[in-house]
Design a protein around this ligand. Structure first.
Ligand code: DOR
Ligand code: ZN
Length: 335
């Protein structure tokens, strides 16, 4: 039976939500095989200060003892240098920039990038990474990422020592911008932008469980993402943007953006790499590049994936996962 043994992997972009649901999603992440997950701060209320961050971290660690949460906070124009120092001391490794209205719970996001320059200065000084939801919400849906890219350039010029991650890169132009940037700029790549296009979302019947921000794009955009992953470029590493919403928030007239990929991401990545004769690249993509970029130690221990069919549950805690009810060729071997 073909199998793949890799260093324990990290997912550098997840949403675990809050309250009781958070405990369930954190346990799903541990069961799915992840060692560390970079936890996004767009909870209700958002993670914006040291106390909130510590409480959130503790809640995740208590719910899922095997999982190490890597913590982030939402950047606000009102953050002072002292706030940033305290956030760092509390365990933050990154701050997240949400343009106003760009996605779930980003109604209080940033309108004017210049307004947060002092915060970015403090983050640069304290060695925190800037994670960006790189979309301009004022642009037409398909153009939002491309229209944001000019800001990526000006941020690099203004803060040459700041490490920047363009989260969930979704377009050929986004990939190109990261390739042309300094080594301090990287991108996360999601499972869904690697595998799907807007036709999967809405080319036939509408598939609400493929609706996300940034929206899935064209075959040529997906091709650019696939090629850069297969090239083994260390600037591009895995961040699933696994974003669970209760079923009734997805299957209704006001479908929320977000795809629950956590339970299937490692099996589907194995399938993606195997089908392209590139299983040897998977370990670096999920277990090394991100960790190296963030300056974290590599995980110890391994996980095994095996080519044994597994049927995805139809529902996890009232949340429909990607590929619900479908049979996948690869699964995580029980340890
Ligand atoms: O589709 C998305 N859902 N994209 C994001 O950036 C946020 C996420 C969420 O929190 O639901
Ligand atoms: Zn996200």
């Amino acid at each position: 039976m073909p199998s793949l043994l890799i260093r324990r992997p990290d997912d550098f972009h997840v949403h675990l939500r809050q309250g009781a649901a958070c405990s369930e999603y954190a346990r799903d992440a541990a069961r799915a095989g992840w060692a560390r997950v970079l936890v996004m701060p767009n909870t209700v209320p958002p993670v914006i200060d040291a106390n909130g961050l510590k409480n959130y971290q503790r809640a995740i660690e208590t719910a899922a003892p095997g999982l190490k949460p890597l913590m982030t906070f939402q950047i606000l124009p009102s953050h002072t240098e002292e706030d940033i120092r305290q956030l760092k001391q509390a365990g933050a490794i990154a701050g997240k920039l949400y343009p106003d209205g760009s996605t779930t719970n980003a109604e209080t996001g940033i309108r004017d990038l210049k307004a947060i320059y002092p915060v970015l200065q403090a983050m640069q000084q304290h060695g925190l990474v800037l994670c960006i939801h790189g979309e301009d919400p004022a642009a037409p849906l398909m153009e939002r990422e491309a229209r944001f890219l000019k800001h990526l350039k000006s941020l690099q010029t203004a803060f040459p020592d700041l490490k920047i991650v363009l989260e969930h890169v979704s377009s050929q132009k986004g990939v190109q911008a990261v390739l042309e940037s300094s080594p301090r700029v990287a991108a996360t790549i999601t499972l869904h932008h690697l595998l799907f296009t807007s036709d999967d979302l809405a080319g036939g019947l509408l598939h609400p469980h493929l609706f996300c921000k940034p929206i899935l794009k064209s075959p040529s955009d997906r091709k650019a993402i696939q090629e850069v992953v297969l090239s083994g470029n260390p600037k591009f590493f895995f961040g699933s943007d696994s974003a669970p919403h209760p079923r009734e928030h997805k299957e209704g007239p006001q479908c929320k953006a977000g795809i629950y990929t956590m339970p299937v991401s490692l099996p589907l990545l194995a399938q993606f790499f195997e089908e392209r004769g590139a299983l040897n690249i998977m370990e670096a993509f999920v277990s090394q590049f991100g960790s190296n970029f963030y300056g974290l130690p590599l995980n110890s221990g391994t996980i095994k994936l095996e080519k044994e069919p597994f049927t995805v549950s139809k529902l996890y805690h009232n949340t429909v996962p990607l590929m619900a009810g479908e049979r996948l060729p690869w699964r995580l071997a029980s340890s």
